[in-house]
Design a protein around this ligand. Structure first.
Ligand SMILES: NC(=O)c1ccc[n+]([C@@H]2O[C@H](COP(=O)([O-])OP(=O)(O)OC[C@H]3O[C@@H](n4cnc5c(N)ncnc54)[C@H](OP(=O)(O)O)[C@@H]3O)[C@@H](O)[C@H]2O)c1
Length: 155
């Protein structure tokens, strides 16, 4: 089974210049809680944006080239993994689009801002058959740039 997790602005933007377009410590904590101990799958560009593998999780990278420092799997191999366990799809834009039709559950954080010059976007949930089953509004804390809303969707 596939579960997606992403944070987007009010227009669906998730990235700019190869990085996250905000500093949202509360969302990173939420991400850690939701993904801990699970298998996470990311695209090579998202991998490049991280300082190192995320601890306490099996890190899998999708790439069309081989890499020595990390486990790399192709699309079919990741699909096969999802038959036996919950796989967390953690981005970025290309990888969300690839797995959208296979995804049963989405953790979406709306970051209450509009990023100027964003270059990467999350897939739209419109018409995809997802239902909102939980929503929590959170005021920006001392290490957040914006207020946010944590949402949980299933289909
Ligand atoms: N806000 C959020 O929640 C969030 C989460 C994650 C990432 N992001 C942001 O998203 C941006 C990166 O997203 P992106 O769309 O540019 O890149 P990406 O999805 O992270 O990675 C794209 C790469 O994945 C590999 N790939 C794609 N399809 C594949 C396939 N079918 N088989 C094997 N490999 C495949 C390719 O790697 P090779 O080129 O090596 O072949 C491709 O260049 C960054 O700005 C990042 O900060 C935001």
């Amino acid at each position: 089974m596939f579960t997606m997790i992403f944070a987007c602005d009010t227009k669906g933007a998730i990235g700019k210049d190869g990085d996250l377009p905000w500093r949202q410590s509360s969302d990173l904590q939420h991400f850690k809680r939701v993904t801990m101990s699970k298998t996470i799958v990311m695209g090579r560009k998202t991998w490049d944006s991280l300082p190192k593998a995320l601890p306490g999780r099996r890190n899998i990278v999708m790439s069309r080239s081989s890499h020595d420092d990390i486990e790399v799997l192709d699309f079919d191999a990741v699909l096969a993994l999802g038959e036996d366990e919950e796989i967390m799809i953690i981005g970025g834009g290309e990888i969300y689009a690839l797995f959208m039709e296979h995804t049963k559950e989405i953790h979406r954080t709306i970051v209450h801002t509009e990023v100027e010059g964003a270059d990467t976007f999350a897939p739209s949930l419109d018409g995809e058959g997802f239902h909102l089953i939980g929503e929590r509004h959170v005021q920006a804390g001392p290490r957040d740039e914006h207020n946010m809303t944590f949402q949980h969707w299933i289909r």
